[in-house]
Design a protein around this ligand. Structure first.
Ligand SMILES: Nc1ncnc2c1ncn2[C@@H]1O[C@H](COP(=O)(O)OP(=O)(O)OP(=O)(O)O)[C@@H](O)[C@H]1O
Ligand code: SF4
Length: 318
């Protein structure tokens, strides 16, 4: 089975669309890999598979091997985790880790297989469930520390059967639990209450709640203004006795990071601003991993996710 060599599998859930579930999945995955873990991202958000776009690999082609699909590499490991000193990449309390090496990051998404982006939206429940089952059995992930699964937003019966399908394929030891993403607006908060009930009904452990789009980071002075009331996620997490993982503001730089996410294709040895671009060949041609990591770690959201990931890893691995 393709999930055999995966240590921990975590779901990313949201009660409604557009709250930043895919963004949070992308950032958790990038941060985990920058902390040295080998990571896979499975995008089963069949209503709008956006993860390939967020990683800048939407034109990648999935390779078919004799028993299944080969996931698309976002980047390969630069330095295996066991070569990093135990605390060597931590700069101190509250400071983000310095990425002195990183683990591998691979992605599989329905988006790679659809000829037409709107195709999956009109599928009926059983077809979606069959597709998810195939994703779980036919992708060659190899050995992974973490597999993050970006799920479709909602708590309908269809979602319950989808999550049940996911859980059936993983052993209880592999099932780390779910991260719930919300925004500070009341409607989204009430949706997250449904999501908590959903997890309790399906037997999924809740790893914690992330409050996304809590405030706006000014691109001129980096001041963070709370556009909507902030803190609802934390209050609600307390009320339901689930961990609160943190608040993430809107940072326009993150949007640029995605819009400019398409990695330029440099011929070997191209020099830009006095720097020779490093290249490595992948399914989508040649990609510049250094640029992706550099852009990501310079965004104001990176230290927030760095702290969040340490909290999550602590909760999962202890
Ligand atoms: N913290 C943030 N700062 C800046 N932009 C953000 C942030 N979070 C999300 N966005 C932007 O908001 C938009 C919606 O985010 P995203 O696609 O992650 O939401 P979603 O909940 O996965 O949506 P869907 O349900 O459609 O899959 C994206 O364009 C994303 O770039
Ligand atoms: S936060 Fe300050 S610098 Fe930024 S837009 Fe507002 S007034 Fe201008």
């Amino acid at each position: 089975m393709s999930l055999n060599d995966i240590k921990h599998i975590a779901l990313v859930l949201s009660g409604k669309g557009g709250v930043g579930k895919s963004s949070v999945t992308t950032q958790l995955a990038l941060t985990l890999s920058l902390q040295g873990y080998s990571v896979g991202v499975l995008d089963v958000d069949l209503t709008g598979p956006s993860i390939p776009r967020f990683f800048g690999i939407e034109n990648a082609k999935v390779r078919q091997a004799p028993g299944g699909w080969i996931p698309v590499p976002v980047h390969d490991a630069q330095k295996p985790r066991d070569e990093q000193s135990a605390n060597g990449h931590t700069t101190g309390d509250g400071e983000a880790s310095q990425p002195i090496g990183h683990g591998s990051l691979h992605c599989m998404s329905l988006g790679f297989l659809l000829a037409n982006r709107g195709d999956a939206v009109v599928w009926r429940g059983p077809k979606k469930t069959a597709m998810v089952r195939q994703f779980l059995s036919d992708v060659h992930w190899g050995s992974l520390d973490y597999l993050l699964i970006d799920t479709p937003p909602g708590t309908s019966d269809e979602h319950i059967s989808l999550v049940e399908t996911l859980l059936k394929e993983a052993t209880p030891e592999q099932q780390a639990g779910a991260v719930i993403v919300t925004t500070p607006q009341a409607i989204s908060i009430s949706d997250v209450k449904k999501e908590i009930n959903f997890c309790r009904k399906t037997g999924v452990k809740i790893l914690g709640v992330v409050e996304n789009m809590a405030g706006f980071v000014c691109p001129n002075c980096s001041e963070c203004t709370n556009v909507f009331s902030k803190g609802g996620g934390e209050v609600m997490a307390k009320e339901f006795e689930v961990p609160f993982l943190g608040s993430v503001p809107i940072d326009p730089m993150f949007i640029r990071l995605i819009e400019e996410g398409k990695r330029p294709v440099y011929p070997e040895g191209t020099v830009i601003d006095g720097q020779t671009m490093e290249t490595n060949g992948h399914a989508d041609g040649v990609e510049d991993v250094g640029l992706l990591v550099e852009k990501y770690t310079s965004c104001s959201l990176y230290p927030i996710f760095d702290g969040m990931v340490k909290q999550l890893v602590g909760a999962i691995e202890t």
